[in-house]
Design a protein around this ligand. Structure first.
Ligand code: URA
Length: 201
């Protein structure tokens, strides 16, 4: 607990990239420090920037729905992001989420790698391509590589699935694609729940 608190309070003052100038606050990972499963998203959005907690906006609510459907309790997991500050672009005077740049990811990597050391999860679930690429390399493709287990040299298991914000966007664009993607997302989380049960034995 002490190591996490020290890391968190240091990260909350992070000056490592230009996002320090525009964030409301750093959004550090949270959850069980004994978690078998760590969820890693791309980076906080508007609501997370305001509240200081990961995955509490619309994407977080969809994620919670998936966790509940497959019987994973969020309180048993550790939830974090590749970058800890809101990355946005201004379009028509309004701030919109954007994926983190390579420089932002590099500057922020120190926090995620220390979170992994402290929590020591056996399963890492990457939500969206930026998170998947951080663990599985830049050649990762959601279309071909999601929903598969990848062993790591440290003895962990990494799996990637869609980002819940992507699924939400589909909802207003294409109902059939939304339903397909939501079911695939649930299937991926069913695999996570099954693997967690297997590793707990
Ligand atoms: N999207 C993410 O990738 N992370 C969050 O915490 C919220 C939205």
């Amino acid at each position: 607990m002490q190591a996490y608190q020290t890391l968190r309070s240091t990260a909350l003052q992070c000056p490592r990239c230009h996002l320090a100038q525009t964030r409301t606050q750093v959004v550090f990972g949270e959850g069980s420090l004994e978690a078998l499963v760590m969820l890693v998203g791309q980076g906080p959005g508007r609501v997370e920037d305001q509240t200081g907690r990961p995955f509490v906006g619309p994407a977080g609510r969809l994620l919670d729905q998936a966790l509940e459907t497959v019987g994973l309790a969020r309180s048993d997991l550790y939830v974090t992001n590749v970058i800890k500050c809101w990355a946005f672009q201004t379009v028509g005077g309004r701030r919109q989420d954007r994926p983190p740049t390579a420089a932002e990811r590099k500057a922020c990597a120190v926090w995620l790698s220390q979170e992994i050391q402290i929590v020591n999860p056996q399963i890492i679930v990457c939500l969206g391509a930026p998170a998947a690429q951080a663990f599985l390399g830049s050649r990762f493709k959601m279309t071909t590589d999601r929903g598969r287990w990848n062993p790591t040299p440290e003895g962990r298991w990494v799996i990637a699935t869609y980002h819940p914000a992507y699924i939400l966007r589909l909802k207003s664009l294409d109902e059939a694609a939304y339903e397909r993607t939501w079911q695939a997302f649930l299937d991926d989380f069913r695999q996570v729940a099954a693997k967690a049960r297997e590793l707990q034995k």
